[in-house]
Ligand binder design. Structure first.
Ligand SMILES: *Cc1c(COP(=O)(O)O)cnc(C)c1O
Length: 250
């Protein structure tokens, strides 16, 4: 129900802020300026209704690789992040409230994050914490197909595009966590990672299913690290920007 910010205004606002805060852009190899545009209702009123007044804001902050250690995550089959027919595909504030408690429980149990499953059957993988979930099984990049309950992330899209450019097979399809378990038990090379703007690629070392730990491949020659480096090289202007992803602020 919120109005869309006109594209031109949005781009101009981000451009102006980044130009103003250019000195905050880290020069470290691992650093970036994280830009977070958001919009909230700002109407002075108590009541449950669609607001008539909104505030569009952008904040930014220097950021550094924040998941340094490969993650230990748990397949979540009790709680749901987003349901079919809900708002899971959008970066909507309401999606995050309900995710905190299951995540806090997982932390108490020694995990970094949960691997969300679908709300109907709890068999299909949806997302990894607040990142899109991606896997490489025997050299094929696999990610859950878009649905109303999976965030349509730009990093997910960029990594798939780069993989295709590099000739890596890509599959966008529903994936059951039992498929991962089967692949791991069959001795296949399984890489698992979260994909999102801030972390880019957050490697997953351990996936726990019903109390049993499975180890994913995190060796330095893992495909996920190559995908991450390729994307970072485009971001930094080291590799050609074949898809016009960059917007140069001067
Ligand atoms: C932000 C976010 C992502 C990643 O989206 P990007 O556009 O790649 O940053 C994935 N899942 C959830 C739930 C998110 O909030």
């Amino acid at each position: 129900c919120m109005p869309a910010v006109p594209h031109g205004l949005f781009v101009e606002a981000v451009r102006n802020l980044v130009a103003l805060d250019a000195d905050w852009v880290p020069t470290d190899a691992d650093g970036s300026l994280y830009i977070r545009p958001f919009m909230i209702a700002s109407e002075a009123r108590i009541g449950v209704k669609v607001a008539d007044e909104y505030l569009f804001m952008i904040v930014c902050s220097p950021a550094f690789q924040y998941y340094t250690q490969p993650l230990r995550i748990k397949v979540e089959t009790d709680y749901v992040r987003a349901a079919d027919g809900g708002t899971g595909e959008a970066k909507c504030g309401g999606n995050y409230g309900g995710a905190f408690y299951p995540t806090a429980l997982a932390r108490e149990q020694g995990f970094d994050q949960v691997l969300w499953t679908d709300g109907k059957t709890h068999e299909y993988i949806e997302e990894s914490g607040t990142m899109n979930a991606m896997f490489c099984i025997d050299g094929t990049l696999i990610t859950p197909a878009r649905s109303g309950s999976i965030l349509d992330g730009v990093t997910r899209d960029s990594l798939m595009t780069i993989a295709r450019d590099k000739g890596i097979p890509v599959e966008e399809r529903p994936i059951k966590y039992s498929e991962l378990v089967d692949a791991l038990q069959a001795g296949k090379r399984v890489e698992a990672f979260g994909a999102g703007t801030a972390a880019v690629v957050a490697p997953i070392a351990t996936i726990s299913v019903d109390g049993k730990d499975y180890t994913c491949y995190t060796g330095s020659d893992a495909i996920m690290y190559r995908l991450r480096d390729w994307l970072l090289e485009v971001r930094k202007g080291i590799a050609p920007d074949n898809h016009n992803w960059n917007y140069i602020v001067v």
